[in-house]
Design a binder for this molecule. Structure first.
Ligand code: FES
Length: 170
């Protein structure tokens, strides 16, 4: 038997749009996970960093509304999956035809939302205090103006070219 969970998606805004409107919720997709997986997720993913791996695997078709940007290399999208990453968005970036990066969208410095690479910045970056993270790994490449950031928690992603979907392991 399968239960449905409802991830919330957001299209990546421009930097100006992001700064003026940091709330980004613009669409809904549906996916299915087993009841046991759903129950397990409620029990095991409780750390603030979202870095605890609970092994939950969820498929996301790339032709779903809100994930259109992931159809092109360099495209990015936010995704919210209930009971995963402490209910905070993850940021997904398509690196190549077959590889993707999925990291928490929550900056490890003081918790602002990070932004994907764009024409102004080739790294994932945080506008709050200037931290930058590798779009290949989520590792810190530039520390904030004060204090320290650590690598963004990441989640393994597999691409299925036959179904044109990604499977994220939380
Ligand atoms: S919260 Fe991201 S750099 Fe400070």
């Amino acid at each position: 038997m399968k239960d449905e969970i409802i991830p919330k998606l957001s299209v990546i805004p421009s930097r100006r749009q992001f700064i003026s409107n940091t709330l980004h919720n613009a669409g809904i997709i549906f996916c299915a996970v087993s009841l046991s997986n759903l129950l397990q997720s409620c029990e095991t993913n409780e750390t603030p960093s979202g870095n605890s791996s609970n092994g939950i695997q969820i498929d996301f078709p790339l032709n779903t509304s809100g994930l259109e940007e992931l159809s092109k290399i360099g495209g990015a999208a936010y995704l919210n999956v209930p009971n995963q990453n402490n209910n905070k968005d993850i940021l997904i970036i398509r690196l190549t035809e077959t590889t993707f990066l999925a990291v928490t969208s929550i900056c490890s410095h003081q918790g602002c939302s990070v932004q994907p690479p764009d024409t102004d910045n080739s790294n994932i970056y945080c506008a709050c205090h200037g931290a930058e993270f590798s779009p290949q790994s989520g590792n810190v490449v530039k520390q904030p103006t004060s204090g320290n950031a650590t690598s963004l928690a990441s989640f393994p992603v597999k691409y299925n070219s036959i179904t044109n979907s990604i499977t994220i392991t939380f």
